[in-house]
Write a protein that binds this ligand. Structure first.
Ligand code: GLN
Ligand code: ZN
Length: 762
């Protein structure tokens, strides 16, 4: 008997071709289109996806994966968990416009009501809005979005599977703005479950046969007490009488102890990730004897990378899974939200390389092919398997992918010549810095003129010489401004950089840029991550010309600016044919060449930014030591090639450094600048407590807002820092780069920053 199996996905890119959703939403914000027009565009985009998925042969199509901004925000709306300030900001929601405006107020804030906080969706580069749930939060169901999106598909003759964030994950992702002692949002579970019961009933009455509840929080370490709540939640939902069948989905990592809990729950299906870290789920499933009473939606096509799947290997996995579940459906491991839409839009791409890649549309084809292979046998998809094999072989054997000269490069010693205390003396003898030296993190405002110049270079309206002169003019202005303000270590301002990863990716061999490879970062912000396709090397110096030009304009030390290996990987699509640590080592060696060249060109201070070091931390604690080892080693490899007197800086942002303090020490940068202003300099005491022995610049200015902090406020921050950490090892700087700020606030704040420092020195 041939197994019955379906092809399905958890979600699909929302933006449509040419980022239409982004443009429509921004046009609505700017008042150029009205609510009707925006809702119409959204509906059209959803229907296009529906048709695309149906025509591609997807058997069960999801709904409610669409979002105007973010699916966690949609869930807060669904449950009526709307902060009071946003209710007040937009009191009237009787019209579509009112509803949209309140929703966008939660996402973006209004003049009076700040937005909800935003943070990373697990270990992806997608950001969600953090629900605000206090002990007094009450919930009321507004199921209109999932119901309408379900109904609009029914009109097309398609019964979809609505996808919703599950109750446990929703609560675990929330935070309590009142910081009430002893309260956690998960304590609200009993208030939330009845709403889900009601929601399930409404979906059932609308005709839904299946509903998907996403519980990715279960792939992170959860104590037994939380797992008991998971069991209770799904026992209650499962016991509801009038409901669709429930599919509980997890993705991004292994389920571990949560797997037996879900396996025992009275739900009809589980969606499980079998790619990457989650490959361990196969063992886990075998260990519990499978889920014979359930439907398994098997994520065998990676939903987050852009590589063509190994169809034969995936078929092998599916074959094994057949013995472990009541039925096996074929899916991507996660929503395809995390990959670009369509490889065929990359018209400049070498067709051979294009064959190695798989974006959302190609992944759907892979899923459908695998479903056929599973139900009809390998022979039925023989031709496609053969094409796939040829493409995988072409990638494996390509001289772009494996470059002997890069692979054979000897890895030098990771240590600087001498320990920090000795280096510090050598550095002081050539830098002559005052106490509490002042500096910035690298970028200065990216003005409209700079962006225009870059666009003109791309379209050929500006030639390379004219472009260089435009950038040099900006560098002159930025240096003059810093000298006027009286900063101690200057920067060139990074005017030539579109993006701190893309800029280097464009210059390194082994990186590939896309034209249309947009993925959602948050809201209407889309990024085009470069693809690390092969062995990485540096054909020529990348920043030396700009840095030496800037240094030639001033007697003050100029800080050269590079992006570190971990961040280069974190904000790119990384190759899947070798361990990430190996790729990081190649990037580090390329950066090491640049660091050494900068030193040789007379640059005495070099910063290697690693803002992504903390956020790339693996979801499971058991995997963190191995990650931190390659992360730290790659930083050291990039920076240990210089003499004692060359001062190495690093920079990190996104606050929560607690888990990486030892790594920060092990990186052995001479100076680290960190985000600190929003957390009232708490990091300074943490560094001191951890015994951090080198220099630190806790940010005294939260650059995420246009607010100008006063001299007194900065003095206050600095006093907190000095009380906790030796003043002779402290620096004064903003939280992060200034590229998103405007000149008036930058000038005013840096003046205050220098003034505050001068007051404290005396
Ligand atoms: N040097 C970079 C800048 O100033 C650092 C940016 C970041 O930390 N994200 O823009
Ligand atoms: Zn930063």
């Amino acid at each position: 008997m041939t197994p019955s199996s379906q092809a399905t996905v958890h979600g699909y890119p929302r933006q449509g071709a040419d980022r239409r959703l982004k443009k429509a939403v921004e046009a609505y914000w700017a008042g150029r289109i009205d609510a009707d027009a925006l809702l119409g565009t959204a509906r059209e985009l959803r229907l296009r996806n529906l048709v695309e998925l149906r025509d591609a042969g997807v058997d069960e199509i999801p709904s409610n994966y669409f979002s105007f901004y973010d699916h966690v925000l949609d869930t807060a709306w669904l449950l009526g968990a709307i902060p009071q300030r946003h209710l007040d900001a937009v009191p009237d929601v009787s019209s579509d416009k009112g509803r949209l405006d309140r929703y966008f107020a939660m996402a973006r804030g209004t003049a009076e009501a700040p937005p909800q906080e935003m943070t990373k969706w697990f270990d992806t580069n997608y950001h969600y809005l953090v629900p605000e749930l206090g002990p007094d939060t009450t919930f009321t169901l507004d199921a209109s979005k999932p119901l309408e999106e379900f109904a609009e598909a029914v009109e097309q003759g398609v019964t979809t599977r609505p996808v919703l964030v599950g109750p446990v994950t929703f609560l675990l992702l929330a935070k309590d703005p009142t910081a009430t002692e002893g309260f956690r949002p998960l304590d609200l579970l009993d208030k939330v479950i009845p709403l889900y019961v009601d929601l399930l009933r409404q979906l059932r009455e609308a005709g839904a046969e299946w509903v998907q509840l996403d519980e990715p929080a279960l792939v992170t370490d959860q104590p037994a007490e939380v797992l008991a709540k998971v069991a209770r939640t799904y026992a209650t939902l499962g016991a509801a009488t009038n409901r669709p069948k429930i599919l509980v989905a997890s993705y991004f990592d292994r389920l571990g102890d949560a797997l037996p809990v879900l396996a025992k729950a009275p739900v009809e299906g589980l969606a499980i990730d079998f790619t990457n870290n989650a490959a361990a789920n196969l063992k886990g499933l075998a260990a519990i004897g499978g889920i014979q009473d359930k439907r398994l939606v098997a994520g065998v096509v990676n939903g987050r990378n852009i590589w063509a799947a190994d169809l034969s290997a995936a078929l092998g996995t599916l074959g094994t899974l057949l013995g472990l579940a009541g039925s096996v459906d074929v899916a991507a491991s996660s929503s395809l939200l995390h990959v670009p839409h369509d490889v065929t839009l990359e018209t400049d791409l070498d067709p051979e390389i294009a064959g190695w890649l798989s974006f959302a549309r190609q992944k759907v084809q892979e899923i459908v092919t695998l479903r056929r292979g599973l139900t009809e046998g390998r022979a039925a998809i023989g031709t496609l398997l053969h094409v796939n094999e040829t493409r995988l072989a072409s990638r494996a054997n390509s001289p772009i992918v494996k470059v002997p000269a890069v692979r054979e490069r000897v890895v030098p010693d990771l240590h600087r010549d001498n320990p920090y205390c000795q280096r510090a003396k050598a550095q002081q003898s050539q830098l002559h810095l005052p106490e509490l030296p002042t500096t910035t993190i690298g970028s200065f405002p990216q003005t409209a003129e700079l962006r225009k110049a870059r666009a003109a270079l791309r379209t050929g309206k500006l030639d390379a010489d004219a472009y260089r002169e435009a950038m040099r003019a900006e560098i002159r202005a930025v240096i003059a401004e810093q000298e006027r303000i009286g900063l101690d270590v200057l920067v060139h301002g990074e005017p030539e950089r579109n993006d701190m990863v893309q800029y280097f990716g464009e210059q390194l061999t082994g990186f590939l840029a896309t034209q249309q490879g947009w993925v959602q970062s948050y809201g209407t912000r889309y990024v085009r991550p470069p693809i690390i396709v092969g062995d990485v090397s540096r054909p020529a110096p990348m920043t030396v010309e700009w840095a030496t030009y800037a240094q030639s304009l001033t007697d003050k030390p100029l800080k050269g600016m590079l992006t570190g290996p971990v961040t280069m990987l974190a904000w790119s699509f990384v190759r899947d044919d070798q361990p990430e640590g190996d790729t990081a080592r190649q990037v580090a060696l390329a950066l090491r060449d640049e660091v050494v060249d900068l030193e040789a060109a007379g640059v005495k201070v070099i910063q290697v930014d690693e803002p992504a070091l903390r956020e790339t931390l693996p979801l499971r604690a058991a995997d963190r030591a191995a990650y931190l080892e390659w992360a730290v080693n790659s930083f050291r490899l990039a920076t240990s090639g210089v003499r004692d007197e060359t001062q190495i800086h690093t920079h990190m942002c996104y606050a929560e450094f607690g888990d990486v303090l030892q790594a920060i020490i092990d990186m052995d940068a001479d100076v680290i600048s960190l985000e600190a202003a929003r957390s009232a300099m708490a990091i300074v005491a943490d560094l001191a407590a951890a015994g951090y022995p080198n220099e630190a610049g806790p940010g005294v200015w939260d650059i995420h807002s246009p607010r100008v902090p006063s001299v007194e406020e900065i003095v206050g921050h600095l006093r907190v820092a000095i009380a906790a950490f030796p003043a002779e090892r402290l620096w004064v700087n903003p939280d992060c780069g200034l590229k998103t700020r405007a000149y008036p606030e930058v000038k005013a704040t840096l003046e205050n920053l220098v003034e505050a420092t001068v007051q404290l020195r005396s």
